[in-house]
Design a protein around this ligand. Structure first.
Ligand SMILES: C[S@@+](CC[C@H](N)C(=O)[O-])C[C@H]1O[C@@H](n2cnc3c(N)ncnc32)[C@H](O)[C@@H]1O
Length: 190
């Protein structure tokens, strides 16, 4: 069941309230994202995670940011320029399966798995794009009723994600739960 975020509401993604309850730089650092690494931010939206990720991987690291929606790409481009970041490459998500010339240390899937159908296919892509020592950081809405965020029926629980990840050869290495705002899972190749 697909539920696509409405780009006309993109201001919500960068609202001061969101920065209060989801501290992106802290969350990325908790996962272990560090200087010199490469990270693909898939479904980057307006750059809520792209910008802090670019700061964390500097010096020497790079962020690749992609989104299916042109309005989001324009917004992330503006954010990256405004922050004077020179280690972010932004590109539209290709219609055919995304491929990269070099495997990345991280694939970040922040609030995007519940928007794609089937989500297992995106996890499989992330598995393919990371290096043997690479990791996938999934951030999602808790599967519980809430006053904001997507409808309950499209939300994915950590167990649902793990049941898609295990057959791909991915295992959980870290988990953080911050209901009702988000939970985060770090996955690696087994
Ligand atoms: C809820 S927003 C989250 C954006 C960002 N990751 C964040 O946490 O602020 C989901 C984003 O995923 C993008 N998206 C949805 N399906 C996608 C797909 N198949 N390929 C690339 N991007 C996609 C949407 O355009 C939207 O920008």
């Amino acid at each position: 069941m697909e539920h696509r975020f409405d780009p006309s509401r993109k201001h919500v993604l960068d609202s001061p309230a969101r920065h209060q309850y989801t501290r992106p730089q802290e969350l990325l650092a908790w996962a272990g994202i560090a200087a010199g690494q490469t990270l693909l931010d898939f479904g980057c939206g307006t750059g809520f995670f792209t910008v802090p990720a670019a700061r964390l991987v500097a010096p020497g690291g790079q962020v690749l940011a992609t989104d299916i929606h042109p309005e989001m790409l324009a917004a992330v481009r503006a954010a990256v320029t405004a922050q004077g970041l020179d280690n972010v490459e932004i590109f539209p998500t290709p219609e055919a399966e995304l491929s990269l010339s070099t495997p990345v240390d991280w694939v970040l899937l922040a609030f995007v798995l519940h928007e794609v159908s089937p989500p297992g296919q995106l996890l499989a892509l992330a598995h393919k794009l990371i290096a043997p020592t690479g990791r996938i950081l999934v951030v999602e809405w808790p599967r519980e009723p809430a006053s904001h965020g997507p409808p309950l029926k499209v939300r994915l629980s950590p167990e649902q994600i793990l049941s898609l990840a295990r057959p791909l050869g991915l295992v959980e290495v870290q988990r953080q739960e911050q209901p009702p705002h988000y939970y985060a899972l770090v996955l690696k190749k087994s």
